[in-house]
Each structure stands twice: as structure tokens, then as C-alpha cells.
Design a protein around this ligand. Sequence first.
Ligand code: ADP
Length: 336
Amino acid sequence: DPVALTDPHSAGDAELAFEGALRPKTLDEFVGQRRVRGQLQLLLRAAELQDRTPDHILLAGPPGLGKTTLAMIVAYEGGRPLRMSSGPAIQHAGDLAAILSSLVSGEVLFIDEIHRMARSAEEMLYLAMEDFRIDIMVGKGAGATSVPLELAPFTLVGATTRAGLLPNPLRDRFGFTAHLEFYDEAELELVLARAARLLGLDIDGEAVAEIAGRCRGTPRIANRLLRRVRDYALVHGARPDVTSVKAALELYDVDPLGLDRLDRAVMTTMLERFGGGPVGLSTLAVSVGEEAETIEAVVEPFLVRIGLITRTPRGRVATPAAWRHFGLAGPGAEPS
Ligand code: ADP
């Protein structure tokens, strides 16, 4: 299993099949995100009453929080076909034209990582979203002409880890933007209990709570840890109780707060090399050898959420809780 356990970005084939099996199919099965669920419900119902395709939807938030799942639900609940693509797969306007021109009426088009789409495709998308029409360039040079092409009405569901990276004209064309938040432990316990039921795994509440506290507020990671716990119990002929949960998570190097390797690298760099900060995001990114975008979209939101770092105008600063968690003496601490 080549997948890093807590990296919400990576997924091997087995992991994808596993995720597919656990994906909620309806809004009712979708745990948490109450606000977003209510908003989506209204949007879908209004479209249904008016017998039209739902407005375009932008889903923003860190990986693993349910953006793909919600796109599938939008299609499933409306009984609509779903086409899936992603920003990195759309490198030319032609790639997008090929997708758009083959959509059937009412189809849901999901574009993951939409902020990575080519500029030229972005511009084509504006017109497509607004008027269900694109202009196709025919011929080259002075003889080139643009031919308008009518599209079937569709609903675009875009997903991004960074809504701020989308150009305004694109952002403005979505009828609704949902910001997904990290899940609290009670919600994660529901995600885990549901997954355990689907997997036929007999796991008690205390063990579930232990996993819920260590999964970075992320359902994808919760399900992944559950699977490792199942493996552990199977191999050791043990019950998946809190003892085997702790042993399994320790084996996979998941720390008590659920921090993964990159989270820990960022924190220890801040604490040990920069004396706790303030340190700029790009400096941090270079120091840990990661893209600034990943630090900002994936690592930082969680570290802020659990109170290990704060953002200040001068940069990121480690909190006293961070020094404690890593067993280090902070600035101004009594020398021991
Ligand atoms: P994203 O597209 O935001 O990276 P996904 O939609 O692929 O995240 O979610 C990853 C996995 O987490 C899904 O396969 C699903 O099993 C689980 N999941 C996500 N959100 C929920 C939720 N609200 N309730 C139950 N399971 C969820």
C-alpha cells in the first residue's frame, strides 16, 4: 500500500475503490457541513421545481472534506449523468471544448482543482457557463474565423482547495460557493460509525473516538485510518478496540493530534529554525521543500484550526501549545 496514510492528496487504486464504496450517495447520508447541505438542498429543489438545470456550484476547501462526494450527490439526487474532469487535464481550450460539446442536456460536469485549468480554457468557460455557448476557432492565421457552438444546458461543479486563486470573472459565474470546513470529532465519529457498518467491522465507541481525534478533521483520513485499524485487528487476531487503535496508529506514525509528516515538518521548522516565527509562508515552504500553495491550502488551515499556529501581519507564529506539543521550551521559557 504505497499511500501515505494521512496525506489527503494521495490515493492509490485500492484506496480509490475503498473510497468509492464508502461515499455517501445522497445529501441525507452526507455527514456534517449542515449549512452547506441546507444551501445545496434549496438550490437543487428550486431547480427541480422550475424544471431547469441547477446553478453552477463552486466547492472550496482542503482535500478530503467531501467536494467530489458532493458533486456526485448533485448528479445522483437530480438523476443526472455526471462527467468528471480536472484542471490539470485541461491544458488547452480544445480539451475543454471537446468535453463541453459532448455533454448531454442536464449533465453535471465536475472539474476538480479548477484553479489549475489553462487560462485559454478559463475564458472559454465564462461564455459556456453564462450562455451555454462557446466560440470555436476554425482555420489558422488571417483566414481564421470563430464559429459559435450551442451547448446543452449543464451544471458545472468546480472544486478548489483555494477559492482565492480563481480569477474573479470565473468565481462570479458560480451561482453558489460552498466553503467546506474541517469536521469536528462528533461528526467524524458519525463518518467512522457509518464506514464501520458498511465494512461490517465491529468496533466500539471508545475506539471510534480515538480515531476521530487523530484524523486531521478529514473524513478521507478517518476512513483510511479505520482501514488500517481493521488490518491490524485482523493480523493480530485482536478486537478493534482502543488498544489496537493506538497500536495501529503508532505503527503508522500518526501522532496524537493526527499531524502527518508534512504538518510536523512545518511545525518543527518553525520552532527549531525560526524560533517560533514570525516567518513568511514562502520561506517556510522553501525550508520544508514543498510548494507554498500546498502549505497554504492543506497544512496551514489545519494547524490554525487546532491552535498550533496563528497568522499575523508579519508572518506565521507558533503558539505556546505548539511548543508544548513538540516538547520544546518556547521563547521566554525558564531554562531547565
Ligand atoms: P475531496 O473531493 O474534497 O478531496 P472526497 O469527496 O473525495 O473529498 O471525500 C473523500 C472520502 O471521504 C469519500 O470517499 C467519502 O467516503 C468520505 N467523505 C467525505 N465527506 C464525507 C461526509 N460528509 N460524510 C461521510 N463521508 C464523507
